[in-house]
Ligand binder design. Structure first.
Ligand code: NAG
Ligand code: NAG
Ligand code: NAG
Ligand code: NAG
Ligand code: NAG
Ligand code: NAG
Length: 420
């Protein structure tokens, strides 16, 4: 009898334990399903920033030197600063860009605030959870900072740089509200991030309305001209080809030197080479408008408008009557408007060694991938080509960005690898 009682009791206890274990497991499963982030990663990046605010804990920031040089060098530098801040688990204090293209004279760099060029709110909403920009007014104590001196010279290797960043992301540095990077501009920092991370940042860069409206004006002028041509023929397609022609004296000197130094012969392209490669692009409808994105010094030179294949109608800013739109603005804005016009073109042709061309192809490839296109070719929407490389039938080589690349090296400095 006693034995029986004992057995029953044991059974009862065992059962209770099983029920408890079962309930616990259920709770864990529910939690994982309902709160996946908090369970797996201790909160998404955004969650961290949100909880920082709600708990009224101080936010932490990264400050970087003024961003300089060409439009696309500046975009790369900005993205590198964002990714550095992300690695340090900090928000990037909105940096100054440079409105002018002076390389040496520091006093002529014309600092221009990031939010005068790109939409600050849109940036943070599009990049939400990935990287974050803050304003200096978010600081609670301007002097609560530590400087991070970037190393330089040959002995400052990529590994040393990474070690330094890892060091500064340790919790010991959490006591400082701001880490201020001093030294070289971010374009010259070592790169530690894959192309896909940069692409995420570039996607969040949207021009402020004033400038995107100017770009739209230029694009409608081009399309208008296209539809006027079309009234002669039956088709009503108003597509256009944008060609980023680097043939000005400065570039030619630079690219010849580079060809000699690297024992390559495919960096420079003459105007004749460009016109004949573009003439041989297969599948282009005729007539078509060619928008020539050229340096201002070439706008005085009518000869760039001659020598194109029959049915191809070249226009530049002068011929389009849009010089006054551009003339209102400093270098950086002019370049940003031209970039938009090339981005919206149905076909883009550029030089694979140009940062401007390379970033355009990156964004256009991203658009193609979103539409499900993953192969190069002439039959795709938004195709891009490199005129400095020979493709089939004497045409330019199709060009896509390799999103699996582990660094931005090839895009920052250009190369002849076009993944097609
Ligand atoms: C990032 O910062 C937040 C807030 O300071 C902190 O809770 C979180 O643990 C940090 N994440 C990492 C990976 O250090
Ligand atoms: C600001 O930070 C500095 C450096 O950490 C500190 O000495 C100072 O007391 C802080 N000021 C305030 C108002 O917290
Ligand atoms: C082009 O013309 C055809 C008829 O000729 C018409 O159906 C079509 O909507 C037009 N497309 C555009 C973009 O205007
Ligand atoms: C340059 O390249 C050519 C072939 O592309 C090769 O024959 C030549 O040896 C190279 N010169 C140097 C200095 O590398
Ligand atoms: C490429 O274009 C040029 C100039 O229009 C022409 O002479 C040449 O035959 C074309 N090449 C091919 C392979 O079609
Ligand atoms: C893209 O980059 C990856 C990694 O560097 C490389 O393995 C792959 O071959 C590249 N693909 C093309 C098409 O170049």
């Amino acid at each position: 009898m006693d034995l029986l009682k004992l057995r029953f009791c044991k059974f009862h206890v065992n059962n209770l334990v099983s029920i408890c274990v079962f309930l616990l497991v259920m709770v864990m499963i529910m939690r994982t399903i309902l709160l996946p982030n908090s369970f797996a990663f201790g909160g998404s990046k955004n969650g961290e920033f949100e909880s920082l605010k709600s708990k009224d804990v101080r936010m932490k920031f990264l400050e970087v030197p003024q961003i300089v040089w060409g439009l696309n060098n500046q975009k790369i530098a900005f993205a590198r600063a964002c990714l550095t801040a992300r690695m340090l688990n900090r928000s990037l204090l909105m940096p100054s860009l440079s409105a002018s293209l002076f390389y040496k004279e520091i006093d002529q760099l014309q600092p221009i605030s990031f939010d005068k060029v790109f939409n600050f709110e849109k940036f943070n909403s599009l990049c939400n959870g990935f990287v974050k920009l803050s304003r200096y007014s978010d600081l609670t104590n301007q002097s609560d900072l530590i400087e991070l001196q970037k190393g330089s010279g040959r002995r400052w290797t990529i590994e040393k740089d990474l070690d330094q960043l890892n060091e500064f992301s340790k919790q010991d540095f959490d006591v400082y509200e701001t880490i201020r990077v001093v030294g070289k501009n971010p374009f010259l920092w070592h790169d530690h991030w894959p192309v896909s991370d940069y692409a995420k940042v570039f996607e969040c860069l949207v021009l402020v309305d004033e400038f995107s409206n100017e770009a739209s004006k230029v694009v409608s002028k081009i399309r208008e001209l296209g539809s006027n041509l079309k009234s002669v023929v039956s088709s009503n397609e108003t597509s256009y080809v944008a060609i980023h022609m680097r043939i000005e004296k400065d570039w030619m000197m630079h690219c010849k030197k580079r060809e000699q130094r690297s024992n390559l012969s495919d960096i420079c392209s003459s105007k004749d080479e460009i016109t004949s490669r573009v003439a041989n692009i297969s599948g282009l409808r005729s007539p078509t408008i060619l928008y020539l994105a050229v340096a201002n010094e070439l706008l005085e030179d009518d000869s760039i408008l001659n020598g194109w294949k029959q049915g191809m109608h070249p226009v530049d800013k002068q011929r389009l009557g849009v010089v006054d739109i551009y003339d209102k603005y400093p270098y950086l804005i002019q370049a940003a408007i031209d970039y938009e016009v090339c981005l919206k073109a149905d076909v883009f042709v550029g030089n694979s060694y140009s940062t401007f061309s390379s970033l355009l192809v990156l964004e256009r490839t991203q658009k193609m991938i979103k539409m499900g296109v993953s192969h190069c070719g002439t039959d795709v929407r938004w195709p891009s080509y490199a005129y400095n490389l020979e493709g089939e039938f004497g045409g330019p080589r199709p060009w896509m960005t390799n999103f699996s690349d582990s660094s931005l090296q090839e895009i920052s400095y250009g190369s002849n690898k076009v993944s097609c």
